[in-house]
Structure formats: structure tokens, C-alpha cells
Design a protein. Sequence first.
Lengths: 162, 111
Amino acid sequence: MITLPAGTRDIWPGFSLSIDQPLVFQIGESYFLKGANGSGKSSLIHHILLPELRGRKELYVLCLQQQMHLQIYALRAQAAIFQPGFAIRGEEDVWRYLWQDLAARRDNLPVYVIADEACSLDIPKDIQRPICLIYSSHRYQLEKAHIVEFVQLSPQKTVIYA
Amino acid sequence: MSYLIADGQHPLVCADAVRDEIILYNLGVEEEALLFAKFERITAKKIDAESKLEALSGGQKVVLMALLALFSPAPRIEFLHLSHSLDDDKATQILDMIKQSGKEILLKDLS
């Protein structure tokens, strides 16, 4: 379980995110980051959530970035070394490649899946690993997902409600 | 027939400031002013030529790309993955602008 404490964080000069109540992300649950463009969804992921998850040895983090062309290049390079022949052409291939990589690991550590405006949220059915899914999208809302709402008070300030 | 390609999955080419993209799209002074005003109306965020691109959200980058293409001298534009990163309100506003642009426009992969 990951808890982000309540409070205000300055993301950069002229933009802050306020977390109204402590944000809890539990294994086995899905969380939908809901908000308009520019409301701070990616900022929460990159400036608050990922730094909190990074370096933890008791879990995996699978992160799909928005506008992921740089991530695609990086994974193409990795695949060329570790899985020659695995073609990574677009986002769906990245998703498939990362899940396959995770499935090959023999432990049963949980995975935090973070999908920032992902095209696909299809988690392979043969994955037995405990999962916490945190995603933002303007297209999908999974039925059982908890909503984490981003309310823009002004272009300079957003409040996050769970 | 040549089209300016504007892809929502790769919205910006430059890495520094808005001015670099403006040069790339060959916008005149008038179009530049119109772009800033329109961007603010759509996103509620004020930008100018010196604004850093990294301070824009993913969706704001797509809005900027669409406006750059529409205000550019290009008579024909092909938009790819345009709606992917946009919320409904912004997608509607951009699509309205496209309809009113008078340019020859192809929209692909709007899913």
C-alpha cells in the first residue's frame, strides 16, 4: 500500500497540487485519475507518485508514459539486446513487452501499473501477480475503479480529491 | 499531394521554448498573436514565445500542435491521433477550429 500525505506541493513555479486527504493506493484496486488537460494528472504521477515508488524493493513499477515515443525508443534498444526479434512498433507492443518481461520473473511481488493516457488497459489474463492499477484517460473509465478527481481552482492550482 | 503531418502522439519536435515551434511552423507575427490568444482561450493557460515546452501538460502540447498547424501557411494538414490526449471540451474546440479553417484537412485515427 502506498499513501501520499495530504498537503500542497509546488510542482514548478506557478503551479501547485494540493492533496485534500491522504491518497491511498492499495494492491488489488484500480484508480482512475480524472481531470481536464493541464489539471496535473501527469504531474502527480511524475513528481509525487513515481518518486515515492522508486527504489522500493518489495514491488515492481510498470509505467506507460503519455506521448511515449522516447519510451518506445528505449524499449526498442532493450528488446534488441534481450529479446531480439521482438518488434516494438507502438504502444500496444510496449504494453505486451513489459507484461512479458514481468511474467518471466519468478517471484510474486506486486506491481504498480501506472498508465498515463494509455491506449490500452488490458491486463493479460494469465498474470497472477497482485496488481494496483493507476491510470488517466479521456477514453476509458473502468467500472470498479476508484476515482481520484483533479479540480482546477485556477491555472496555478489544482486540488485532488479521492 | 503534400500534407503537413501533425501527430498527437508526437506533438512537439523542439525541446526548449514555444518560439522554436513557431519558427518551425513558419508563423507570422499576426498568427503568433492569434495562437497565444486562442491557446489561452482553450486551455486557460497563458503562454508566450519564451514559455518552456516542458511546462505544458501532454494535452496542452497537443492543443499547441493543432494551433501551430492551423495557423501555419500549410494549405493541407493531416492530423493523426488528435483526440487521444484531449478532454472532450478541448477536442470539440479544436475540431470546430478545423472545420472553420478553410484548409484541406485529413483526420486519421480519432479513436
